[in-house]
Design a protein around this ligand. Structure first.
Ligand code: G4P
Length: 279
């Protein structure tokens, strides 16, 4: 299978990023805690150099707790400010404000020395499609926020959300293009649903996922579908189809339907908390 993101989209996204990044002090980068490597943009370090950075392990509720800790330590060791969050429930989101101040401490200090006080820190949320940017902004900004309109010096049309007096957030997130490094990265993005499912052969994807799961979390699939963990991936998918009574006309198994069930169960967390990548 060939996983793709169109070059045209990438050029446009890159231009937007370069334009917006000039306006901000700190980048709040969302990654998917289930695949923190594959869901990171490969060019963000270059694009965001000289800016403070916060990495949020979003959808941490769907990822393995011990792996969340490992990734948190890993990114912190690289010098980033890191938090686990669940933007959907709001867990961990309150701590982001504090992290922003921490990440911008040097800058605030510099401002103070120059006699600039009370200039709010400006932040922008970035991440690949579907990582949870809008959900996070809604949760972080909440209802209490006030939108500040156009201001002198701000590119026309940009909206800032004021969060308390010392922080402003650009209301539109920066969309980043995913990595294209190799097929494994593409596959992981497809597992979590961040690839257009239309271009994907679901049965193949499901078999690949079964392969990963039997290596990383061997008990999970047999337990969920009440099947024996015997045979290869195709055999396992057939067993899931039988167990879930997925039939075409007659006795033929509907493997596509079974694949859909498996992927849906994985994506929604019904298979349990699973992380597919280790630091
Ligand atoms: P984007 O702006 O980065 O493209 O992502 P968006 O906020 O639209 O979120 C994509 C999906 O991820 C949404 O699900 C959203 O609810 C879900 N999501 C975001 N953050 C979290 C999180 O921390 N944990 C979990 N479990 N889910 C999260 P959806 O299926 O598109 O919508 P809905 O059915 O949840 O409304």
């Amino acid at each position: 299978m060939n996983y793709q993101w169109y070059p045209g989209h990438m050029t446009k996204a890159k231009r937007m990023m370069q334009e917006n990044i000039k306006l901000i002090d700190v980048i709040i980068e969302l990654v998917d805690a289930r695949i923190p490597f594959s869901s990171r943009n490969p060019d963000i370090d270059e694009l965001g150099r000289n800016k403070s950075r916060i990495i949020l392990l979003n959808k941490s509720d769907l990822a393995d707790e011990s792996c969340n800790k490992e990734w948190l330590d890993h990114f912190e060791a690289q010098g980033a400010y890191v938090l686990e969050v669940n933007s959907k429930s709001g867990a961990g989101v309150k701590q982001v404000q504090g992290k922003v101040q921490e990440a911008c401490r040097e800058k605030l200090e510099r401002d103070r020395k120059r006699g600039i006080v009370n200039r709010p820190v400006r932040a922008m949320v970035v991440g690949i499609p579907n990582v949870g940017k809008s959900t996070f902004i809604n949760s972080f900004a909440g209802k209490a926020c006030t939108k500040t309109g156009n201001k002198p010096g701000v590119t026309r049309g940009k909206q800032w959300i004021r969060l308390q007096k010392n922080l402003e957030l650009l209301d539109t997130p920066g969309i980043l293009w995913p990595r294209f490094e190799n097929q494994e990265v593409g596959m992981h993005l497809a597992f979590i649903g961040s690839m257009n499912d239309e271009i994907i052969v679901m049965e193949e994807l499901a078999c690949d996922l079964l392969g990963r799961l039997s290596r990383l979390y061997p008990g999970v699939v047999p337990r969920r579908y009440q099947i024996e963990a015997s045979g290869g991936q195709a055999e396992l998918l057939a067993q899931i189809a039988e167990s879930r009574k997925c039939y075409l006309k007659g006795e033929n198994l509907n493997l596509e339907k079974a694949a859909g069930i498996l992927l849906d169960d994985f994506r929604s967390g019904r298979l349990g908390r699973i992380t597919l990548e280790r630091p």
